[in-house]
Design a protein around this ligand. Structure first.
Ligand code: EPU
Length: 429
């Protein structure tokens, strides 16, 4: 298993290219099941989760062709992926595949919408919480699907097709909103989704679906209206830049000091996080190329934040901000409201000498003068990268174990940081 070795203390200078968003790419790939024509996705990041989803879609009969680099492209250019679900050969998503990646449960929506039936393994909990799928099921029921649970599988049936309906989510859910939008695109009649998630990835997927012939309005707001159509067609779509990767590198620069341009980043996708970084003392500015982030010499100020659905501060940047605040001059408070158990990084950050106290959903972080490198490991993607951020500022050597978590969601992380001067290498074993 690979590990990442970091020797902290180097400021970061240069340019970091931002990849396509993982959390848009996954539902976009799943949307290919909605049509028998070819969906072409551009700017697809090279990530373990993308490879895993290719396997899952392949099992349903989706033919996938990826082209990587053409002459003249640099190594950071995303992949172009052609997905053709001409014939769906299997409407079952088995446990062995779904248990490896929760988002693969979302295939239930296009499968039942297009084929009238889907049998998808329950995803189960994961390191960041119980993560139930009750609201996804509720959304499909509102669209007239019949749902049974049988031997650990959710079976959705709509032999006469889905019918538009009213869906009012009692809680903001990204997975529920993706499911509802995809299913309603091929339902007969109108669907109205209230209290929809407003994450940029929802708008990006709706944008692609509209290019495929869907009639969706309001995506990116909390009320989405979908006029169902009988058939969708092929399209070309470029994946939106990854706002979580952007925020992660912004925090890395705030932590190490230096001056970096995040190439291709879009500030409006993570304004709340950029505001927090500015409050903490980083210099943040929008440029033609993306976002410039700098911190030279000045100490970090502590912050108080609560994670919230978009446009609030994202849960996917909570661990990274906590790593940053371990070096602030004073006491910070971070409250996690999206997932009930997303604090696994706390114990690991303590190995660097961080002082963090947990009380329910709130972490109190007392900034320390220095962190010391240590061997660490984490159990989820964002927690792992928070350890990299701590390692960049820690004295001496840090060894981050279980790097496969990082490979799920960060393309060439060590390479992107090393090019800006970080002392970081992947150690293969
Ligand atoms: N929830 C329910 N019932 C449901 C669905 C969700 O109670 O049927 C709860 C969840 O347990 C959670 C909350 O609602 O407490 C929000 O869950 P949501 O559905 O919004 O999250 P998700 O779709 O499962 C996506 C991202 C996550 C990100 C969250 C929140 C993808 C593939 N995953 O998850 O990303 O944290 O939205 O923004 O888009 C990551 O990339 O590391 C990651 C975990």
């Amino acid at each position: 298993m690979d590990r990442i070795r970091i020797v902290g203390g180097q400021p970061l200078h240069g340019t970091i290219p931002i990849s396509g968003a993982k959390n848009a790419t996954l539902p976009l790939m799943i949307a290919s099941l909605l049509t028998d024509q070819t969906l072409i996705l551009d700017n697809v990041p090279r990530l373990a989760d993308v490879v895993q989803l290719q396997r899952i879609l392949g099992n349903h009969g989706v033919d996938i062709m990826t082209s990587g680099k053409r002459p003249g492209d640099d190594e950071y250019k995303g992949q172009t992926m052609h997905l053709s679900a001409t014939r769906i050969v299997d409407t079952t998503a088995p446990y062995e595949l779904v248990s490896k990646m929760r988002a693969s449960f979302w295939v239930i929506a296009p499968l039942v919408a297009r084929m009238g039936e889907a049998r998808v393994s329950m995803p189960g909990g994961c390191a960041i919480g119980t993560r139930p799928v009750d609201l996804l099921i509720m959304a499909l029921e509102r669209l007239s699907a019949r749902i049974d649970v049988d031997g650990g599988y959710v079976v959705a049936r709509a032999p006469d097709g889905l019918k538009g309906g009213e869906i009012n989510f009692p809680k903001v859910t990204v997975s529920g909103t993706h499911t509802a939008v995809m299913a309603a695109s091929l339902a007969s009649g109108t669907t109205v989704i209230e209290n929809a998630a407003r994450e940029p990835e929802i708008a990006d997927v709706a944008d692609c679906l509209n290019k495929m012939g869907a009639r969706i309005s309001g995506a990116g707001t909390s009320r989405i209206v979908i006029e169902g159509v009988a058939k969708l067609h092929g399209a070309w779509h470029k994946v939106v830049p990854d706002r979580i990767e952007t925020g992660t590198y912004a925090m890395a620069v705030a932590m190490s000091g230096g001056d970096v341009v995040l190439d291709g980043a879009r500030p409006e996708l993570l304004q709340s996080a950029l505001d927090v970084l500015a409050l903490a003392g980083a210099e943040v500015s929008a440029t033609n190329q993306g976002i410039r982030i700098a911190r030279n010499g000045a100490g970090l100020r502590p912050v108080e934040i609560t994670t919230e659905p978009f446009p609030g501060f994202p849960t996917d940047l909570q661990a990274q901000l906590m790593a940053l605040m371990t070096r602030a001059k004073g006491t910070s408070h971070i409250t996690e409201t999206i997932f009930e158990n997303r604090f696994m990084h706390v114990q690991e950050l303590a190995r660097f000498g961080a002082r963090i106290h947990l009380d329910g959903e709130t972490a109190t972080i007392e900034g320390v003068d220095r962190l010391k490198g240590a061997p660490v490991m984490a159990t989820d993607l964002r927690a792992s990268v928070s350890l990299v951020i701590a390692g960049l500022a820690a004295e001496g050597e840090t060894m981050v174990n279980r790097v496969y978590h990082l490979d799920r969601g960060f393309e060439r992380l060590e390479d992107k940081l090393a090019r800006c001067g970080a002392d970081i290498v992947r150690v293969s074993s």
